[in-house]
Write a protein that binds this ligand. Structure first.
Ligand SMILES: *Cc1c(COP(=O)(O)O)cnc(C)c1O
Length: 426
């Protein structure tokens, strides 16, 4: 160590030089708490609160006319928010729409793009994928009269935490129709090389789509340029849209002539939607993938939260996020009490997202001990502790406080005061 990484002065100096430091005061951070769980549920910002209040006001004062005659017309809000999210993933505005939920959007995309043939009946994914994604794939196999045990190929992880891109590419055989992967693995925080995987899939005539839940708002993407076929994500993690906020979906423009698998009237061309014709005239872009009336109350917080992200810039946010996770790793590797912890997140910047996974057999108790000290981590059964220092509202001092507290808990074994059981959620 050249400088004393583990001193309050060191962290304070880093915070002073942090160009994004001013954003923390835009968020509601509970006094005495250090929130490091923004990859499960991002914090409420004052801007989001204001945008919800504005929506309620519009409803109060304009009632039905809120659809068209307000500053933020409800009828086009999904497209407006979609365009803002497009900037974060390197897509064109008409390739993105705010709609549904992660799970619903994956169902919609599978209903559209999973068209199995005798020669290409397989779906390819991996065992570490988020369960809801796997369940959705199983549903579509069933709808087509196929079988999960046979037609869903799940790549196994060698170490139980990460995947090798080469192993994924090796599994891309001619009989595969579609590949569904996560950009950042929700447990280990590994960031996959999406460019390499997309190129390999397309060379083999396979469609590829990504779940961006753990990367959007944390890692910038270049989806259009890479030619990724489709993607989907939630907005309550790094996008700070609030519990159950409306999700997002991207479809590359080369597929825009295609009719979505599931149709609903909000997927109509807006000029003719209210003609109420029995024949569906689809919207030109990703808007065609909408189903029914948008959930405006769960969409509205995104107006404020995306405004903040736009002001901060996803580039600087990624840079700070990498610095924070690197700082955490450096601290854990240098403090004598924490050197034995197993860090399961890949080391290199280009291979990790916005959080760090630590493993310890007493993880559940350690998380409870951290919480009693005001530090909010994320417990993942059976022995994982995820820590997400978020660029917009966490500081280097937060990271130091977390590492030092963890060291003290391990040294004094105060975690033994808590039961080694998990709650229903975490
Ligand atoms: C959070 C998360 C989900 C959640 O899906 P919902 O439909 O919003 O419940 C799905 N996939 C991944 C990878 C996630 O991280």
């Amino acid at each position: 160590m050249t400088k004393q990484l583990n001193t309050i002065d060191y962290a304070a100096e880093k915070d002073k030089k942090d160009p994004l430091a001013r954003f923390a005061k835009e968020f509601y951070i509970q006094k005495g708490k250090t929130y490091l769980d923004g990859n499960s549920l991002g914090l409420l910002s004052k801007r989001s609160e204001q945008s919800v209040i504005k929506l309620l006001e519009a409803w109060k004062t304009h009632a039905i006319d809120g659809w068209s005659d307000t500053q933020q017309p409800w009828f086009t809000l999904s497209e407006t928010i979609g365009a803002k999210m497009a900037n974060l993933i390197g897509a064109n505005a008409h390739e993105v729409i705010a709609t549904g939920s992660t799970t619903i959007n994956l169902h919609q995309l599978l209903a559209t793009f999973y068209e199995p043939t005798d020669k290409k009946p397989f779906i390819l994914s991996e065992t570490l994928n988020f369960p809801t994604d796997i369940y959705a794939m199983q549903s579509h196999l069933k709808i087509h009269g196929l079988h999960s045990e046979k037609h869903l190929k799940l790549i196994k992880s060698e170490d139980g935490y990460t995947l090798s891109e080469d192993a994924i590419i090796e599994a891309m055989t001619d009989d595969i129709k579609i590949i569904i992967l996560s950009s950042v693995l929700y447990r280990s925080g590994q960031l996959l090389n999406m460019r390499k995987l997309t190129t390999a899939a397309h060379e083999r005539g396979i469609l590829i789509g990504f779940d961006l839940c753990h990367s959007i708002g944390s890692v910038p993407h270049q989806l259009s340029e890479m030619g990724v076929d489709f993607a989907f994500w939630c907005t309550y993690k790094h996008l700070n849209g609030g519990p159950g906020s409306v999700a997002g979906l991207y479809v590359n423009e080369r597929h825009h002539a295609k009719t979505p698998g599931l149709l609903g009237w909000f997927g109509s061309d807006k000029q003719v939607q209210f003609d109420m014709e029995p024949t569906f005239t689809k919207a030109a872009g990703a808007g065609a993938y909408q189903l029914g009336t948008p959930h405006l109350l769960s969409l509205s917080p995104l107006i404020g939260s995306l405004e903040l992200i736009e002001e901060a810039g996803i580039g600087p946010m990624r840079e700070k996020s990498l610095n924070l996770t690197q700082y955490l790793r450096d601290l854990l590797e240098s403090l004598p009490e924490t050197t034995n912890l197993l860090i399961r997140t890949p080391k290199n910047d280009e291979r990790r997202g916005g959080h760090i996974l630590i493993e310890h057999p007493e993880a559940a108790r350690i998380c409870k001990a951290l919480k009693s000290e005001g530090i909010i981590p994320d417990f993942r059964s059976p022995n994982g502790i995820r820590i997400a220092p978020v660029a917009l509202y966490n500081s280097y001092s937060d990271v130091l406080h977390c590492a030092l507290t963890l060291a003290t808990i391990l040294k004094n074994r105060t975690y033994k005061n808590y039961e080694n059981t998990r709650g229903v959620i975490a």
